[in-house]
Write a protein of this length. Structure first.
Length: 93
């Protein structure tokens, strides 16, 4: 499954800030990580956080585009739309 994510490095904690829409109206997940963007630390923290939250191995989460950008596209093996919605609900009641 492909997941667009906007990352905020040095966000004070690892966590999800919910969903937002890009200028084209496509949804992306807003994630903050405590790691800095230097030396790929934020990317490593992002993939580890998502793997833990989605209960998959770290090797199942790969950044396929946006390696050095805030907006990234990740490929996550072993996760479907239902599992993604359960972990990161798009609507809060």
């Amino acid at each position: 499954m492909r997941l667009p994510v906007r990352v905020t490095p040095k966000g004070g904690r690892d966590g999800v800030d919910g969903w937002a829409l890009d200028p084209g109206g496509r949804p992306y997940l807003k994630v903050r990580v405590s790691a800095a963007a230097a030396d790929g630390e934020a990317n490593a923290a992002l993939t580890a956080f998502l793997a833990k939250t989605l209960k998959v191995s770290k090797s199942s989460v790969r950044i396929v585009s946006g390696e050095t950008a805030r907006l990234k596209v990740l490929d996550i093996e072993g996760v479907d739309e239902a599992a993604l919605e359960a972990a990161f609900p798009k609507s809060q009641g």
